[in-house]
Design a protein around this ligand. Structure first.
Ligand SMILES: Nc1ncnc2c1ncn2[C@@H]1O[C@H](COP(=O)(O)OP(=O)(O)OP(=O)(O)O)[C@@H](O)[C@H]1O
Ligand SMILES: [Mg+2]
Length: 231
């Protein structure tokens, strides 16, 4: 049985007297522990979709289920708890708090029943940089901190919006390797949205989105390593 079920999801925005259809009847399923890449060009609807998956936005119509929970029927309070406890977010520009150390940034997101901040700093390979401030870390290291911060609550879903968008290709490939490990070794369901074609080959499931519609959804039984593909 699939873990996530999206059925006929739409999201419309009203702009003056006009209507923008950002998601136009999107349906797909995702299994637990999959490393999923959602690929699409600018304006395709990737961020809109990710925000709905993360409970930060509501669909105009359609259904969103995860496990046996029907997220579409959640109240604002339930959505708030869902965001806080079940969703880890990773952003293109890290969104770290500049006057807190790497460790303190992660500590801030600790919750009962999750991992310890120290433990996740180790998982992302940053034990030796715990006391650095973000400004004294490389881009790749800052993204590792933000992955640790997303992971510390033991989320059901790790949602990543262009996580390598601000990184050079070598560092980007290492970050993808790390996110992939989170699925392989930690059993997390990881969803990355990007316009980077290079990521098409490194995932368990590739979903292509164009003009708010899913145009491809395929399983890769033997995905490549990030270090094996040309960026
Ligand atoms: N708040 C909003 N109000 C009106 N239209 C919006 C809003 N947010 C997004 N859109 C429109 O919805 C469509 C999808 O936007 P979205 O941000 O999801 O694209 P994207 O695939 O993430 O693009 P990018 O790769 O540039 O980040 C676009 O046409 C965009 O202009
Ligand atoms: Mg976007």
């Amino acid at each position: 049985m699939s873990y996530i079920e999206i059925q006929n999801l739409t999201r419309e925005y009203k702009v003056a007297n006009d209507k923008v259809i950002a998601l136009d009847g999107v349906s797909f399923e995702i299994n637990e522990g999959e490393f999923v890449v959602i690929l699409g060009s600018s304006g395709a609807g990737k961020t809109t979709l990710l925000n709905i998956l993360g409970g930060m936005d509501k669909a105009t119509s359609g259904n969103y289920k995860i496990g046996d929970e029907n997220i579409t029927s959640f109240s604002s309070k339930q959505l708030q708890n869902f965001r806080r406890n079940d969703i880890g977010f990773v952003f293109q520009f890290y969104n770290l708090i500049p006057n807190l150390t790497a460790y303190e940034n992660v500590l801030l997101a600790e919750v009962e029943g999750g991992y310890s901040a120290k433990e996740v700093m180790e998982k992302v390979g940053l034990s030796h940089r715990m006391n650095n401030f973000p400004s004294n870390l490389s881009g790749g290291e800052q993204q590792r901190v933000s992955i640790a911060r997303a992971l510390v609550k033991k989320p059901k879903l790790l949602l990543c919006d262009e996580p390598t968008g601000a990184l050079d290709s070598k560092t980007g490939s290492q970050i993808i390797e790390l996110l992939c490990d989170m699925a392989r070794k930690e059993g997390k369901t990881v969803i990355v949205v990007t316009h980077n074609q290079a990521l098409a080959e490194v995932c368990d499931r590739l979903i292509r989105i164009h003009d708010g519609k899913i145009i491809l959804n395929e399983i890769h039984s033997n995905p490549k390593k990030a270090s094996e593909v040309q960026w």
